[in-house]
Ligand binder design. Structure first.
Ligand code: PRX
Length: 649
């Protein structure tokens, strides 16, 4: 039986939900009048230039449309409309790796975004063009995203940790016209480079016309004549005003690539009105954002968390968002707490991996700082274990802050399942209940609700405004990936790829992916992508990778490799190094293998399917419970177990 933690109500002045009755009232309102309730919220929250005609168009399901024919501009929603009463309020507070600071007011943000938008226009960027943003965590990355939104260009931010190959794949898939990057930035006191990665990625690529380079660390870089332009040089000549494009609710806003269980990464497509409505609403509901708050989300803008909760959500809500270039543990274990003290941060949002690391290297560090400004502590990206939760609650939050364990995905655009900080009684490790308007249910493939304590499929059984619209260039894959697994009342419903359980009180407990996606430090990696990279090594005949529980990163990557010549079974340090170099080149360092086992074969069924469940159990050191007699070669399991034991992995 889990302990229950009740909100410290005195921390919350006028929250969106004061208690669970208010939560239930809104849930019921949605049940009674789904479209009407969404329409009310959309009318209240969005500055429309022309009203929408239909709330939800289901005529071409599952390609749902929301707020059709409504006209708006997301940059206007995030900036212009705040100028009336917030022009001198800090929109973005930025801190560099070395402690350098920049404060950008809403008026300054307006100017910077307009100038960037004009710069892009001068390079020929038009509504609907794709712009790839490969940037460090500097304010210009946010300016670039908003500049695209202003002129109707579709941005695709690629995380700066991805390799040239991974960047190239994403540039080609989106047929990007422009790449925005920086020479590099700083990390742990040292400069690192991005521009050379872009140069490499663009070898043999025809679609990209211009590369805009923000000079951040002023290291030596190569300039390609006619292609590369300096942001620093061009921006000074741009006009401070740039008219915004009138956008339709269903015009694309951005693409964000994410891993699936098979094949290449998917370009998840989000559109305008539904996305920005939910980004803003969840800031108000889940983070209780108030006018004087300073909100800090530690994600990188290359992930959906950075999109929704560093840039779009906080700015749409007219809040102050803190953006950080550096590493939470540099120059010492107190960096994060020092920043919370200094900026009087009110909401701190990070990943369990970061919490576990901060706990491990400095369990008592938070006590040295004044963290009393905090009201809400957020977590996202992976299940949080009780030890990390307890430390976060007791030591960082000093036993008073509400912890919001937010479950959501790149595809959902914003939070789906989360406590409401002033209302929900919390059980550590549970994301608790679906937010009002979100019909998240744990069901079987036929739509039957799972009884308590039985694992089922975590599905969203009604379309919602901020949902993925399609996979860029591959609508069939969109349908099969998300709407091919479960049905309710005979109608295909969105399946998240996660398993989950209700407890006897109806709380939702996420058990993790049920597909072949590994979650390392909250980063989604497809086994197929990693295997394809490893397969490129000339000595590799076959490979299967699985996730293994890891004390800090949640999961780590375990590779079983069959070599072409079966001589060196067991360990081969040199080979491991070479394989990891290939992975770093093909995907990026985030996908490196932690544990290797060179094995004589893989456990396969007679039809050739690799039995990953067996490999997962071996990686975890668990007993094999399945019947292995039906395998093509049952003896291989024993051999693999022996090898894994002898390697002391
Ligand atoms: O498995 C779930 C896990 O992260 C996946 C989504 O990954 P991504 O699209 O990269 O987005 C991460 C940030 C929103 C989910 O399918 N996940 C996310 N949040 C939680 C979680 N697992 C458990 N608890 C969470 N709070």
């Amino acid at each position: 039986m889990s302990e229950i933690y009740y909100p410290h109500k005195e921390l919350f002045e006028n929250p969106a939900f004061k208690n669970m009755c208010e939560y239930e009232d809104l849930v019921k309102e949605f049940e009674k009048d789904y479209e009407g309730t969404w329409a009310k919220l959309a009318n209240e929250k969005i500055s429309w230039f022309a009203p929408f005609k239909k709330v939800l168009d289901e005529s071409n399901a599952p390609f749902y449309k929301w707020f059709t024919e409504g006209k708006l501009n997301v940059a206007y929603q995030c900036i212009d409309r705040h100028l009336k009463d917030k022009k001198n309020k800090a929109a973005i507070i930025w801190e560099g790796d070395n402690g350098e600071k920049r404060i950008i007011t809403y008026l300054e943000l307006h100017r910077e975004v307009n100038r960037f938008a004009n710069l892009l226009k001068s390079l020929g960027v038009k509504k609907g063009d794709r712009v790839v943003i490969y940037m460090p965590m500097i304010p210009e990355a946010a300016f670039a995203m908003l500049a695209c939104a202003r002129i109707g260009a579709i941005h695709s931010v690629v995380f700066g940790g991805f390799s040239a190959e991974a960047l190239k794949d994403r540039i080609l898939d989106a047929e990007a016209k422009i790449v925005i990057t920086a020479d590099g930035a700083f990390r742990k006191g040292k400069p690192y480079m991005l521009k050379p990665v872009v140069d490499k990625a663009l070898e043999g690529v025809d679609c990209v016309e211009k590369v805009v380079v923000v000079e951040r660390n002023n290291e030596e870089i190569e300039w390609v004549e006619g292609r590369d332009v300096s942001y620093n040089d061009l921006i000074v000549n741009q006009d401070n005003e740039c008219p915004f494009e009138i956008m339709d609710s269903e015009d694309p806003l951005f693409l964000l690539y994410t891993s699936g269980s098979t094949g290449k990464p998917k370009g998840v497509e989000h559109h305008q009105a539904g996305y920005i409505l939910w980004a803003q609403l969840t800031m108000e509901w889940v983070f209780d954002i108030k006018n004087n708050d300073t909100f800090w989300c530690t994600a990188d803008i290359g992930w959906i968390t950075g999109h929704t909760y560093i840039v779009y959500g906080p700015l749409a809500a007219g809040a102050t968002t803190l953006m950080f270039e550096g590493v939470l543990t540099y120059p010492d274990a107190g960096r994060a707490w020092k920043m919370i003290e200094e900026y009087k941060v009110n909401q701190f949002y990070t990943a369990p991996t970061a919490i576990r690391l901060l706990h491990k290297i400095g369990a008592d560090e938070p006590k040295k700082y004044d963290l009393t400004s905090l009201r809400i502590l957020g977590t996202v990206g992976e299940p949080i274990d009780p030890a990390a939760w307890k430390w976060y609650y007791d030591v960082v939050g000093n036993g008073r802050c509400s912890i919001v364990d937010t479950w959501w995905q790149t595809e959902t655009g914003g939070h789906m399942i989360s406590p409401l900080p002033a209302a929900t009684p919390i059980k550590p490790g549970s994301a608790t209940f679906p937010l009002p308007g979100i019909f998240a249910e744990i069901i079987d493939e036929n739509g039957n609700k799972m009884p308590p304590n039985e694992k089922g499929l975590l599905c969203i059984t009604k379309p919602w405004p901020s949902m993925i619209r399609t996979i860029w260039g591959d609508p069939e894959r969109f349908v099969s990936s998300y709407f091919g697994t479960a049905k309710k009342d005979g109608k295909p419903v969105y399946f998240s790829g996660d398993g989950a359980i209700y407890d006897e009180d109806g709380y939702i407990w996420i058990t993790g992916r049920v597909d072949d996606v590994i979650n390392v430090s909250g980063h989604r990696l497809g086994t197929a992508e990693i295997e394809a990279a490893i397969q490129k090594h000339p000595h590799v005949a076959e490979v299967a990778v699985v996730g293994k529980p890891d004390e800090i990163t949640g999961e780590s990557i375990f590779a079983y490799i069959v070599l072409k010549s079966n001589e060196n079974l067991g360990e081969d340090v040199e080979l491991m190094k070479e394989i990891n170099e290939i992975i770093a080149k093909e995907i990026g360092n985030i996908a490196k293998v932690k544990d290797f086992a060179f094995v004589p074969g893989l456990p396969k069924t007679r039809s050739g399917k690799i039995m990953r469940r067996i490999l997962r159990a071996i990686a975890k050191g668990e007993e094999i419970k399945q019947d292995t007699s039906t395998l093509e070669d049952p003896s291989v399991v024993e051999k693999i177990i022996e090898i894994v034991k002898s390697c002391q992995i």
